[in-house]
Design a protein around this ligand. Structure first.
Ligand code: AMP
Ligand code: GLY
Length: 445
């Protein structure tokens, strides 16, 4: 079997790693992939959003299954194109992906289907937006409706901050057309939880929940990032809460999308706020989350490949068994580049602290990292000068460089393994949190 993973980050490395575990005989391809993925598969130099070239590759190489990581190709219609060409692909169509790509569509859908979420109003002129803020009070949440690379959400504590956010989005076009329309949203109080569900258009099969760590620094301080770490399981992810999320969130949302003629096939990610009044939706994503995937998949005992193949081939998962999970816990620490998230410094050589090169994913290659799984995200193998005999060097090539997952009997064990391996890896400017899982660890203390 030949499988193509579209994308080249830590999430895609974790997907490729799990699919290879599920089917060791399969050949994995990734476009564009990364040096970590190339240890288990073949990376092809095609950009994740170059849909015509991806389709040609799949036709030429007779790929059996394509799995899409990032939202950009989904919103650009990769699934529509592949399905029209009769190719098995896992992901939602562009119309269904609007649940992530248009916050307005997502909010209207939730309101129509009675899904619990923050109250919001939509505005395309600054005056009406300011009036809505004055009515809502502070803190207030201001969001660009379109895709803004995770940066289009501002929590304003004062009138001044709110005015600035509104002006930058609607007048200065800081997020381009993504900010042509903005949402003024009620601020919700509670703990966040990410729940992924595999969906076949009608049925949603939930995975265990995970908690992301969005702020750069320990104690949830510093600027927002793409995610500095994650862990699972989470003890507030109780059976009764999950039953509520199934019946009040996933089931009605799939029904609403079906009514809109936009069946959701793929991975639906619910970002939840567990408020005193029960779980409420912060946002949906139409894809696996990063770095939650790097924590969740190492704990999954079931075959991900089997259920993904069923969905990609148009089958039903109504009778699929529930996911099975390993006992214990997983914790992922993200190692970010110097300057992240503001101005990323690329090209720093990645080494082990014992001086050896970190050029292999081989889990037993070095005793300092063998107890963890090192997923590559922003890395690049720099080829040596032809005239020298030196080896290729692994260097940083992106904001989030590596995601280091520890799996252990307890969360404390998992965090310990993740940190031990993280501390064994060095590059100039390396930044990482040391408190992944702190909510859970203090909850149980
Ligand atoms: P993202 O859209 O992933 O950049 O999310 C930004 C973050 O803003 C979320 O993870 C929440 O922590 C926070 N957030 C977004 N909307 C709300 C809301 N209505 N109430 C409270 N916090 C929110
Ligand atoms: N972990 C947040 C995201 O994937 O959007």
């Amino acid at each position: 079997m030949k499988i193509l993973v579209v994308g080249g980050g830590g999430r895609e490395h974790a997907l490729a790693w799990k699919l290879k575990k599920d089917a060791p005989q399969a050949t994995i391809y990734a476009a564009p992939g990364n040096p970590g993925i190339s240890e288990i598969g073949n990376c092809v130099a095609i950009r994740a959003d170059d849909i015509p070239s991806l389709l040609k590759f799949v036709e030429d190489e007779k790929i059996d299954l394509t799995v899409v990581g990032p939202e950009a190709p989904l919103s650009a219609g990769i699934v529509d194109t592949f399905k029209a060409a009769g190719k098995a692909i896992f992901g939602p169509t562009a119309a269904a992906a609007r649940i992530e790509t248009s916050k307005r569509y997502s909010k209207d859908l939730m309101n129509r289907m009675g899904v619990p979420t923050a109250y919001a109003s939509h505005h395309s002129d600054a005056e009406s937006a300011r009036a809505a803020v004055a009515k809502a009070g502070y803190p207030v949440v201001i969001k660009a409706s379109g895709l803004a690379a995770g940066k289009g959400v501002i929590i304003a504590q004062t009138k001044e901050e709110a005015d600035d956010a509104i002006s930058s989005m609607l007048l200065d076009k800081k997020f381009g057309t993504a900010g042509d329309e903005i949402l003024i949203e009620e601020f919700m109080v509670g703990e966040e939880l990410s729940i992924f569900a595999i969906c076949d258009g009608f049925t949603a099969k939930m995975m265990i929940g995970a908690q992301d760590h969005k702020r750069l620094l320990d104690g949830d301080a510093g600027p927002n990032t793409g995610g500095m770490g994650a862990y699972c399981p989470v003890s507030i992810d109780t059976d009764s809460m999950r039953a509520q999320v199934q019946s009040q969130v996933f089931d009605p949302v799939l029904k609403g999308l079906a009514e809109d003629g936009a069946l959701f096939t793929g991975l639906l990610y619910a970002g939840l706020m567990l408020t005193e009044a029960g779980p409420k939706v912060v946002e949906f994503n139409c894809r696996f989350g990063d770095p939650e995937t790097q924590a969740i998949l190492p704990l999954m005992d079931s075959s991900l490949l089997e259920i993904i193949s069923t969905v990609a081939n148009g089958g039903s998962i109504a009778d699929s068994p529930d996911f099975q999970w390993k006992k214990g816990a997983a914790a992922t620490t993200v190692l970010a580049a110097g300057g992240y998230p503001e101005s990323v410094k690329n090209g720093a050589e990645i080494l082990l602290t014992n001086g050896k090169a970190l050029n292999s994913l081989n889990e037993s290659s070095d005793s300092d990292i063998k107890d963890a799984i090192v997923f590559h995200a922003g890395t690049k193998l720099e080829q040596p000068d032809k005239n020298t005999n030196s080896q290729p060097r692994l260097v940083t090539a992106g904001g989030r460089v590596l995601a280091v997952t520890g799996v252990g009997e307890t969360l404390a064990d998992a965090v310990g393994k993740s940190l031990h391996a993280s501390d064994s890896i060095t590059f100039e400017g390396k930044q990482n949190r040391r408190d992944i899982g702190w909510r859970e660890l203090t909850r149980n203390a």
